[in-house]
Design a binder for this molecule. Structure first.
Ligand SMILES: Cc1cc2nc3c(=O)[nH]c(=O)nc-3n(C[C@H](O)[C@H](O)[C@H](O)COP(=O)(O)OP(=O)(O)OC[C@H]3O[C@@H](n4cnc5c(N)ncnc54)[C@H](O)[C@@H]3O)c2cc1C
Length: 416
């Protein structure tokens, strides 16, 4: 069933009796050509592109909970491609281009909103760094714009320009950045994959791998053994736990990241704003709530909830930028489990086990990567070669000393 304005009118006039479930609830088959573990954004996008772009058949996505219950439904919905390094920028720009055509492509309203993202500058050294980043973006075909203080005062009059502990000196804007309704992305990819024959198996937990003579033959699950020609793992915050079942130890730690939503307000924020002198970022949802977040909690955890010290830290960052935030009531908050890699960049690669492939290490930035991650992982699974924009995301970069340390911070997850 295609969704359209015409369909909405037709259903409205006929008592809404014609809507069908967005995806089926099939029983697991004994064997698939390709099994994807993880029904988050990345796993579902991989299955969608495998079927649509790489013409693969007999695909299953295995999800231990429900579609949208992981980070894909917990993030702060920001998309952008404002990266510096060669290993990253072409990949994230590929992703942003896919976002721009996504709703038409999978015929689902994901509320893609290119309302822009602004990174604030608070020192002369930071301006130099952001000019360099903006130039790298332009060289890779992305958009970037350096904003003067006068422009900022006109476009963002509510920021704390006067008497601020960290005075604002300018900003780097990417007008094509913005926000997307996160769980609609999961639903859209799930529906698109299902309509192309992909089996989405919810409430089915992978508990082990069957590996014989160095070859992955399938997965043990809470609903029995499922055989597979190839297995792709895309389980985000659970990467270390799942890959440990195949005997692999990853250069990844799991940490909690929290998100916050305020009560609904009239439109105040034109786009996404990030603080340059601390870790705080904010946007306003279409329902009016301010959606904001900051640093990871800073300790290893697999729990989808955070602690109060980071709430205080994030609120301080917000107050430093726009003091008016102090009058706003916090409505809700939650946590997600981040797969923090050592250099802050992801991994999309084969493993040393034949037929077993890995996608993870997205840290707190994997939502914007969802389309490109799915496409590149599908490319790898279908062709056994890395997609040109993802060639740097390999396991051996740690052994070769070819880290992709976007922030130049060093090899520790809490620094990224
Ligand atoms: C608070 C917060 C804010 C964020 N903000 C942003 C942002 O603004 N922009 C951005 O780009 N990124 C952001 N992120 C990061 C982004 O959400 C993640 O990097 C990305 O969603 C991870 O990929 P995923 O969608 O596939 O993960 P998930 O949705 O977590 O999918 C993984 C799935 O694997 C399943 N799974 C795990 N173990 C098993 C098993 N054994 N068997 C079967 N299934 C299993 C899980 O149940 C889960 O559904 C944020 C994250 C959080 C938590």
């Amino acid at each position: 069933m295609r969704y359209s304005g015409f369909r909405v009118i037709k259903e409205a006039l006929s008592g809404h009796k014609g809507w069908e479930p967005a995806w089926r609830t099939p029983e697991p088959k004994p064997h698939y050509d390709i099994v994807i573990i993880g029904g988050g954004g990345h796993g579902l996008a991989t299955a969608y592109y495998l079927a649509k772009e790489f013409h693969q058949h007999k695909i299953a996505v295995i999800e231990k909970g429900w579609i949208g219950g992981g980070n894909v439904g917990r993030n702060t919905t920001i998309i952008r491609s404002n990266y510096l390094l060669d290993g990253n920028e072409p990949f994230y720009e590929f992703s942003l281009k896919l976002w721009e055509g996504l709703e038409q492509d999978f015929n689902y309203n994901a509320m893609v909103s290119q309302r822009g993202i602004l990174n604030l500058i608070h020192s002369d050294a930071q301006r130099d760094a952001y000019i360099r980043r903006g130039n790298a973006m332009l060289l890779n075909g992305a958009d970037a714009e350096l904003l003067s203080l006068d422009q900022l005062r006109r476009e963002y009059p509510f920021l704390n320009f006067n008497d601020a502990r960290f005075p604002i000196k300018g900003g780097l804007a990417q007008r094509r950045g913005g926000t997307v309704r996160h769980d609609a992305v999961a639903w859209g990819y799930a529906r698109g994959a299902d309509s192309r024959g992909v089996d989405i198996l919810q409430n089915c937990e992978v508990t082990g791998f069957r590996i014989e003579n160095g070859q992955c033959k399938g997965v043990e699950t809470s609903r029995g053994f499922i055989g597979a020609g190839k297995v792709g793992v895309a389980v985000a915050g659970n990467s270390t736990r799942v890959m440990a079942q195949a005997g692999m130890r990853l250069p990844i730690e799991s940490h909690v990241l929290q998100a916050f939503v305020s009560e609904g307000l009239k439109p105040v924020l034109p786009g996404v704003i990030t603080f340059g002198a601390g870790h705080f970022y904010c946007s306003q949802s279409d329902k009016g709530g301010l959606v904001f977040g900051g640093d990871i909690d800073g300790y290893n955890s697999y729990a989808q909830r955070g602690n109060l010290p980071v709430v205080e830290d994030v609120a301080e960052g917000g107050m430093a930028l726009f003091p008016g935030l102090g009058r706003v009531r916090l409505l809700r908050m939650w946590g997600g489990v981040m797969d923090m890699s050592m250099d802050g960049s992801p991994i999309i690669d084969r493993t040393h086990i034949d037929g077993l492939y890995f996608n993870g290490g997205w840290c707190y930035g994997g939502f914007k990567a969802t389309p490109a991650s799915g496409w590149c992982f599908a490319h790898l699974l279908a062709t056994d070669t890395p997609h040109p924009t993802a060639t740097a995301y390999r396991f051996d970069r740690f052994a070769r000393g070819r880290m992709i340390d976007e922030k130049g911070m060093g090899a520790q997850p809490n620094l990224h």
